[in-house]
Design a protein around this ligand. Sequence first.
Ligand code: GLC
Ligand code: CA
Length: 542
Amino acid sequence: MDNNHLWWRDGIIYQIYPRSFADSNGDGIGDLEGIISRLDYLKDLGIDAIWLSPIYPSPDVDFGYDVSNYLDIDPKFGNLETFDRLVKLAHERGIRIILDLVLNHTSDQHPWFIESRKSRDNPFRDYYLWRDPKPNGDPPNNWLSCFGGSGWELDPTTGQMYFHMFYKEQPDVNWRNPAVRQYMLDVFKFWLDRGVDGFRLDVFNAYYKSPNFEDNPMGPIRPSLMGLRAFDRMKHIYDIDQPEMIPLLQDIRKILNSYGETYSVGETFIGGADKAALYCGDDRLHATFNFEFLHCPWWAHAFYQSITRWEGILSDEAWPNYVLNNHDNPRSATRYARGEEDDRLKVAAALLLTLRGTPFMYYGEEIGMRDIPISRDQIKDPWGRRYWPFFKGRDGCRSPMQWNAMPNAGFSPEGVETWLPVHSNYPVRNVMTQEADPESLLNWYKRLIAARKAHPSLRTGAFIPLTDGKRFILAYLRQGKDETTMVVLNFSSRRQPLTLPGDQTGRKWEYLLSNKRSSMIPVEGRVIPLEPNEALILREVV
Ligand code: GLC
Ligand code: CA
């Protein structure tokens, strides 16, 4: 990897959940025009690219992750003309556009599936995974749906079953069918031709299934979002991660390369950093997500372990990334913060934005949005309905963006019923209020982003840990070609001294940034005294 600026390596990617960002026409659902109206906000924040969760026509069983047409925009979001304008206006502000491609499955309302289920000899039959049930009516094998129950659904019209890794309204396509494979590759080109800069690939490593449909063996339980489910006791060796994936990624990469400086980031389904590492490199995806931070407890050592593991397994061709929030998990503010306090979130932000790896942000993270509490009758995510009250689904982290203290938080006009409730803290927790407060989380994010932009070592410098985080403080160097920065994060809510390792004696540091002070602290020998939850960034004086 060379040292020239690469937008996706050096920049910050901001995920927008389009239903929840900004509603321009008062139907309670966010839309593309709404996003356009907020581009200046995003530019001011300093992000480099927007990843849009799916905006294609969808019956919304899984809110866009069930696509009924890959080549259009859902009317609730706008149309292709609005989309082209969004791309143009974003580009004018130096912001790239990343689309979410959901190619493992379609909606059951996709014309392919409507045809496919009509008869066993329909020309689209082989676009999906159809099998006979066992003579006793049982599913053809033991594969399960990630959202609960068997992965096989009986279709009475033909008496066969189709496989769905997610909801039954999301039938998995048959990637072994050359027509499907070719069509999907053309989907990439369709959007690249419209000026899109990259893609996030939804559960990409599930595209191929074993052609023999063997039963998966059972194995030790794997901790998951949900806690205990049969799906997590299964070793997924036949329903995901098939060898055909690699040549496919190579073909995808060739297409992307032919369009210049593009990007692909894969959502590796099931498994941690080691597996993710397999799928990125110069001839495969540019990056694959590492979701470990989503599951780290508030313990500096847990983050330390996750970072060093990821640094250790990625090849030189690959580039790390870090994620504190996305649309599938409780927000970091809900996981880490106490009450309405943002101290810990400032430490978390400093971590995310000073590591060696592309930072991914999720809308509202910068103002510390909390999950909304959800009652049984408010649930929109079918997963939550199924497992209530043990798991309440993923609606909590998808509530409307809090722009200001007006009714509906400025997301929708007054009087409109928004698709999910606005968090009740919006009168105080919103963009407008935080813009006006120099000490706000939003302004802290902006300062960190500006520091990352101003200091090459914070973007591409080597990551050299100074502590292992076992004693509350995570400290590391970012060593670049021409400068070295030091990041010191106090995870505890008490004053803590950091004692630098002996080999750091004699180095001189100047103040860059802190959430707790505005100028340099005297560094006494090797000891740096830190305020509670302080995030301090220093630069070596040479
Ligand atoms: C991914 C998405 C999730 C979706 C699932 C099925 O995990 O992030 O939101 O439900 O894929 O498409
Ligand atoms: Ca709308």
